[in-house]
Design a protein around this ligand. Structure first.
Ligand code: G6P
Length: 613
């Protein structure tokens, strides 16, 4: 949460900072601010609300001249979203300016000490404490880098910090611990940012900073230090994806662009890992001997990634015959989980930085389990910490509500399932080949769910139902798990109260909430359970619900007997079916949110990467 960016070079900093912040707004959008060296003084501008407010305030950056600056977009933690709590924060005397992503856990104690030493504060934030602490050491030591080093030594918690000092107009310092931070090398200019898209327009050469790292830089030079303040060499990586991947490219929202990118993302994730009809996972080191020892698999994640875990239970248990338990990371970490060397922990995270998921990973490692992470963001904390990592090659996902990251995570689950099942001989060669054959054409089948005709139909249903107050998503087996994600999509971007239930469970409580005009989305793709789900549909229709059904083409005629509004998806192997079923559910949520006038890419109160508990 929160995004930071820094620029030091020969160009005007403010427009570059605003541009970078626009690419980071997915991380939080409660307020934004910048600080620029302008006529030798640290000049700050900040505004509550969206970045557009700040941009308007400073005329798109033209109102503040200067070639060195830091910027911030905030997801409020300490103190309400307000101008005064917005970053950058200045130390009391105005000598030090700081932008911060993370949480300083001991800030109250530090604040009390600083107050005793005579410092005064104007905001409720933990970040203002950091600025004052640095200033305190700077006043004693008169050296910018040493002051930062000493102040950082006092901090507990997580932080990525960009820091300017009034007396060092051509230097910037950045430090990182448990919050993401990259350094970008330009020609006669250098950058820091929370994420690659913020600086990709200017450079592709980046260093992914490690925890404890500090970089002290000018426009021509960068010196890196480790946690002990010893100089370190860092590996420069080249970002190989294009800036267009982080822009809307003619679509009105990132979400719908990312939905349309799903076939490509699925292809990119699957095709390098299927060779001559076999799943090849070069990225990981899970030996046959190790796999034979596994007695249990946990899948640990948050949000939509957790729902991939819920699907993973059906897919892995069916193919590998090992008990699988999907569990929310926030629960897992405090549940004293029963695990050891015979447990594989699959950790799923798009961002690779979700605080609960990362802590759960550490807990699993501590208890002796092997960890295998499925991550989208290269070089992220979870990717680095796990024993093995398989990347989803979905490209940058900007919309807060995940779509293409979700479907590619699911693809990795299919690959892992086949890989383990093959090693354990729990799958017949025929079944293995049948799934691989379908994986090879999965991208094309997803594309068939996104034809103009299909989209038109979804829009039509969105128009029918966009004003409902309550929605229930029901299904059985894998359909019940995909309902969890379909329901979350509607809830988070269209702000409609929505719940997902296993269809057979409806009669044990939630059916009492069904009344005239309640929307029930019935997903019925599992052949053996189709009739049972239709019985549940009849029960809700009898109580006045409007039903919108999703099923496979082969059930087209049958479903019409029970459900008037239907979306058909192509058929695939039953275990892969959720990859197709989710597409109309995502697009339905998108068009409903559009008709309700919601801010689709930045739903209220949410952020894309959640680095707080
Ligand atoms: C946030 C996002 C969700 C995401 C969840 C877990 O809540 O809005 O889309 O599923 O975090 O994020 P992760 O990056 O760990 O997958």
């Amino acid at each position: 949460m929160c995004g930071i960016v820094g620029y030091l070079g020969n160009r005007q900093a403010a427009p570059i900072l605003l541009d970078g912040l626009a690419k980071l707004e997915y991380r939080g959008y409660d307020s934004a601010g910048i600080c620029v060296f302008s006529d030798g003084k640290l000049k700050v501008a900040k505004a509550k609300g969206r970045l557009a407010n700040l941009s308007g305030l400073i005329d798109g950056g033209r109102a503040i001249s200067g070639t060195v600056g830091i910027g911030h977009t905030r997801w409020a933690t300490h103190g309400a979203p307000s101008d005064v709590n917005s970053h950058p924060h200045m130390a009391e005397s105005g000598k030090i300016a700081v932008v911060h992503n993370g949480i300083i856990e001991n800030y109250l104690k530090l604040k009390e000490e600083l107050v005793r030493k005579g410092k005064t504060f104007c905001s409720e934030t933990d970040t203002e404490v950091v600025a004052n602490l640095i200033e305190y050491y700077y006043d004693r030591e008169k050296d910018f880098a040493e002051a930062v080093r000493d102040a950082v030594g006092q901090l507990e918690g997580s932080y990525a910090l960009g820091i300017l000092c009034q007396d060092y107009p051509d230097t910037m310092i950045a430090v990182k611990k448990e919050s993401p931070l990259i350094f970008g090398f330009g020609e006669g200019e250098n950058f820091i940012a929370s994420d690659v898209p913020a600086i990709l327009r200017y450079t592709r050469r980046v260093v992914y900073l490690d925890d404890g790292d500090m970089v002290v830089f000018t426009k021509d030079e960068a010196k890196f230090y480790d946690a002990f303040f010893d100089p370190v060499e860092k590996k420069i990586e080249t970002v190989d994806w294009d800036i267009s991947a982080a822009e809307k490219g003619g679509y009105p929202h990132f979400m719908i662009k990312e939905i349309h990118e799903e076939p490509k993302a699925i292809r990119g994730t699957l095709s390098p890992r299927i060779r001559d009809g076999r799943v090849v996972l070069d990225d990981i080191e899970l030996s046959k001997e190790y796999l034979e020892k596994i007695r249990r698999i946990y899948i640990v994640a948050c949000g939509s990634s957790y729902y991939v875990g819920c699907l993973g239970k059906y897919i892995l248990e069916k193919t590998c015959r090992i008990p699988v338990e999907p569990i929310l990371a926030s629960e897992f970490r405090y549940s004293e989980p029963v695990l050891g060397e015979d447990t594989l922990c699959i950790i799923i995270s798009q961002s690779g930085e979700t605080a609960d998921t990362k802590a759960a990973l550490e807990e699993a490692k501590k208890r002796g389990a092997r960890t295998l992470a499925i991550v989208n963001v290269v070089g992220s904390a979870i990717a680095k910490a796990a024993d093995d990592v398989i990347y989803t090659w979905a490209g940058p996902e900007i919309a807060v509500a995940t779509t293409k990251a979700f479907t590619t995570q699911l693809c990795v689950i299919y690959l892992i399932a086949l890989y383990i099942a093959d090693n354990l001989n729990t799958i017949s060669p025929k079944e293995y080949a049948a799934i691989v054959d379908e994986l090879m054409v999965l991208d094309q089948k997803v594309a068939l769910c996104l034809t103009a005709e299909k989209i038109e139909k979804i829009r039509y249903y969105a128009e029918q139902y966009f004003s409902v107050r309550d929605a229930f998503f029901i299904g059985r087996n894998v359909d019940s798990a995909i309902c969890l994600e379909g329901s979350l999509k509607l809830k988070e971007i269209a702000y409609i109260h929505s719940e997902a239930y296993a269809a057979g469970e409806l009669k044990h409580g939630p059916i009492s909430l069904i009344e005239e005009g309640t929307l029930v989305v019935a997903v019925a793709t599992v052949d053996q359970l189709f009739d049972k789900t239709m019985s549940n549909v009849k029960e809700v229709r009898a109580r006045g619900a409007d039903v919108f059904g999703v099923t496979t083409e082969k059930h087209a005629e049958e479903i019409k007997k029970t459900v008037p509004s239907v979306i058909l998806v192509p058929e695939t192997h039953p275990l892969l079916q959720p990859s197709l079923t989710i597409i109309p559910l995502q697009t339905f949520a998108y068009y409903v949110a559009l008709l309700r006038g919601c801010d689709i890419d930045k739903p209220k109160n949410l952020a894309k990467s959640v680095t707080v508990e």
